[in-house]
Write a protein that binds this ligand. Structure first.
Ligand code: AQP
Length: 332
């Protein structure tokens, strides 16, 4: 059984990109693998955020993960800050990767490199992300295309640490989905759909009611011309819609294009497919809202299970790096 791990930031309301690029695949991993999924609340602090709503967002993301189909009897679901080993291992990773490597991360360049006042946590975020992964000896990390570079850094950090101090970490592989690895904003199809970039019409939320999904797809920006063709370079809007349809129905975006004579009929099919795909998620979310105690219990048990794996890894890494161990070990 492979060990699989992935996370989601509690930075806002979850969207179609998160669902198709991540959660839907997480649900299938829990069937066959030893799967760990966490809510990255520490990562949510790397940009400006409302302290009064972070806890609520974290709780809501937990609810959404269960609504998306994660089953706590088949996988481990926990909150990053409930497992202190994450921040502790992050320091070792920060002392393993270089300043130059962190400055080359495109997400940092996009989100803050130009701004003197940007939080140092945004700069070191990839080191914390590497720690998140390496603590669990993860073989595979399912992520969207946007996280590929951070995964590469994690692999470099693991290899370098192992080379310097002995074999401590498993070197993980990224698992990027074939389609919908990068769902684009419906209004700006050259930019990825995102929680923190405000694009109310461009972002389909995972729990949007059917009429809202239909409205957003109907208003989606398309490309010049009228031909429905899968060509992300010259037809980014239409190609994004075809990818969504392919991801929702299991087809191939190129082949699906042949079935549509105009943009209107494509949009109608996309909206129908998305509404149908997300209906069970909305139904489960409604049920879960009636029992918040259940979510608290899931997170409590998840943190306990996570610490049982993370503690020994942290201890191994701290000792290998040459630190003087306290009597009870580093994980005590
Ligand atoms: N547009 C997307 N298409 C495909 N996959 C996506 N993911 C995010 N956006 C898309 C995948 O969802 C998982 C959780 O993402 P995250 O919350 O950890 O952070 P993110 O990648 O930075 O997502 P957002 O929505 O853009 O959040 P903000 O705005 O807070 O930065 C990851 O596996 C990610 O690849």
């Amino acid at each position: 059984m492979a060990r699989v791990l992935s996370g989601v930031q509690s930075t806002g309301v979850l969207h179609l990109g998160n669902y198709l690029g991540a959660f839907r695949n997480w649900v299938s991993y829990q069937e066959h693998d030893d799967a760990y999924f966490f809510i990255a609340d520490l990562h949510a602090m790397t940009a400006e955020y409302e302290a009064s709503s972070l806890a609520r967002s974290t709780f809501d993301v937990a609810l959404d993960l269960l609504a998306a189909g994660l089953d706590p009897s088949r996988c481990t679901i926990f909150v990053q800050s409930h497992v202190p080993e994450h921040s502790r291992l992050a320091w070792l990773v920060e002392c393993t990767v270089s300043y130059g490597e962190l400055t080359r991360m495109t997400q940092f360049k996009d989100k803050g490199a130009e701004n003197e006042g940007v939080r140092a946590g945004l700069f070191t975020y990839p080191a914390l992300m590497a720690a998140d992964i390496l603590l669990y000896d993860a073989d595979r990390v399912p992520v969207g295309d946007d996280q590929r570079q951070h995964l590469e850094l994690t692999r470099d950090a693991a290899n370098r640490f192992n080379h310097r101090y002995g074999e401590v970490f498993v070197v993980p592989e990224a698992a990027v989905p074939l389609f919908a690895a990068r769902v684009m904003d419906l209004q700006v199809p050259t930019r990825k759909m995102s929680k923190s970039v405000s694009s109310p019409l461009g972002t389909v939320q995972m729990l949007d009611p059917p009429e809202e999904i239909e409205r957003k797809v109907r208003k989606a920006v398309t490309d010049t011309g009228t031909e429905v063709r899968y060509d992300p370079a010259t037809k980014p809007g239409v190609s994004n819609l075809l990818e969504l349809l392919a991801a929702a129905t299991g087809g191939d975006p190129g082949a699906l294009a042949d079935g549509f004579g105009d943009y209107g009929s494509l949009k109608k099919a996309v909206a129908e497919a998305l509404v149908e795909m997300l209906a069970p998620v909305r139904g489960r979310a409604e049920e879960l809202r009636r029992d918040p105690g259940h979510i608290t219990r899931v997170l409590e048990e998840g943190a306990e299970k996570a610490r049982a794996v993370a503690g020994p890894t942290l201890d191994r890494a701290m000792r290998a790096a040459g630190l003087l161990a306290p009597p009870g070990g580093f994980a005590g």
